[in-house]
Design a protein around this ligand. Structure first.
Ligand code: FES
Ligand SMILES: [Fe+2]
Length: 396
């Protein structure tokens, strides 16, 4: 697969990486089916039978809370003749009843009953095929690989840093869905640099410095002073002072960044919308950034969190789901809650669509990445090309 994409270090990818259906198929197999994918939030799966679904190319995974509280994930494929069984993209069921011939599955995926299959039919020999699922600090992940990569080290980074934000008890207040006309890698590249922030994100730039992105080598004494002072305050609150940045090439980052002076949250005026979530006691916790490649980035402020989930549709199309979460007992104005990140995300999608259109045209050639502010893009492209070169983690 590595010969599908020839990359020159320091340069953007060749056109085919963003437009060729064969590369897109390889992306699904070697990247999306081989890694842990963000599925949704613990708070969406807070009672037996509550489920959500994740699409990965031709695959759909159902994630459901079981009767005993365990989380289960199944391929959404009936063991009879293969119909989809989930009644919707999310919801709550007592059992999954296949709409075709009404085979009935328990929440743990075992077949409970199958009508008109004869006296000798071994009902309990059939089930929805299981998929690996993990839950950490209120975030739920699935992996389609037969032998999933390690999850524990990511959870060990996530739990002490994101755990205090109480996402496991949070609920989704605002959900926005977008269909973006650009390859999924264009969205990830855009997320991994803040070269464009000052020029494109007025709301984001109110509360955020445009440095601090992993791979940005600019020095900024004001930022360095703010970071050192903030880390001392965070340590005093019991929050880990050290960030985790793609350790040994692993596809995740968990990093707490300071906000600009006067801002206690990524809101338009810097004021928190609600009391600190979870076990946080002080609103001054900056903004915790979580990246899990290939399909999640999230910001957790003291008062709210926002997650972004990517779902590749085809080489030139990516679906995005943006969720804003608060503590269950918080009463917030949904428009105030979404103001900064809805605007920032929509600005990003416009940038990505313009980028995608240019990449797809006959005038496109790979261009040089900035060694000053785009080392993070270089790193993510290296990671991507390495992932393509690894054998698939399951039979095609
Ligand atoms: S395909 Fe599901 S019951 Fe027949
Ligand atoms: Fe952006």
């Amino acid at each position: 697969m590595s010969d599908l994409v020839h990359r020159t270090p320091g340069w953007s990818l060749p056109q085919a990486a963003y437009t060729d259906p064969d590369v897109f198929a390889a992306d699904l197999e070697h990247v999306f089916a081989a890694h842990w994918l963000f599925a949704g939030h613990t708070g969406e799966l807070d009672a037996p039978g509550r489920f959500l679904t994740v699409d990965v190319g031709r695959d759909r995974v159902i994630v459901v809370r079981g009767e005993g509280g365990a989380l289960h994930a199944h391929h959404d494929v009936c063991a009879h003749r293969g119909s989809r069984v989930a009644p919707d993209v999310r919801g709550q069921v007592r059992a999954f009843v296949c709409p075709y011939h009404q085979w009935v599955y328990d929440l743990d995926g075992t077949l409970r009953s199958a009508r008109l299959m004869g006296d000798c039919f071994a009902t309990r020999s059939y089930r929805l095929a299981p998929v690996a699922v993990r839950e950490s600090a209120g975030l739920v992940f699935v992996c389609l690989a037969d032998a999933p990569p390690d999850f524990d080290a990511f959870a060990a980074a996530l739990e002490p840093r994101l755990g205090p934000h109480g996402l496991a008890d949070a609920h989704v207040v605002v959900r926005e869905r977008y269909r973006v006309a650009a390859n999924w890698k264009t969205l990830v590249e855009n997320n991994r640099e803040c070269y464009h922030c000052a020029g494109s994100h007025p709301e984001f730039s109110l509360s955020n410095f445009d440095v601090g992105v992993n791979g940005d080598v600019r020095t900024n004494p004001r930022y360095d002073r703010a970071l050192a002072a903030a880390r001392a305050r965070w340590r005093a609150q019991g929050l880990p002072g050290e960030d985790v940045n793609f350790p040994d090439g692993a596809p995740y980052r968990v990093a707490r960044l300071p906000l600009r002076e006067g801002f206690l949250s990524e809101t338009l005026d810097g004021r928190p919308l609600a009391a600190p979530m979870g076990t946080l006691t002080d609103p001054d916790v900056g903004s915790l950034r979580v990246i899990s490649l290939p399909n999640l980035w999230a910001h957790a402020n003291a008062d709210y969190a926002v997650t972004t989930r990517l779902t590749p549709v085809d080489a030139g199309t990516t679906d995005v789901e943006l969720c804003f979460l608060t503590a269950r007992d918080a009463t917030v104005d949904p428009d105030a809650l979404a103001a900064v990140w809805r605007a920032t995300s929509e600005q990003d999608w416009e940038l990505c669509e313009r980028n995608g259109a240019g990449i797809a045209s006959r005038g496109y050639r790979p261009g040089p990445l900035s060694p000053v502010v785009e080392a993070s893009v270089e790193a993510v492209l290296d990671w991507y090309v390495s992932a393509l070169a690894r054998p698939a983690r399951r039979a095609a």
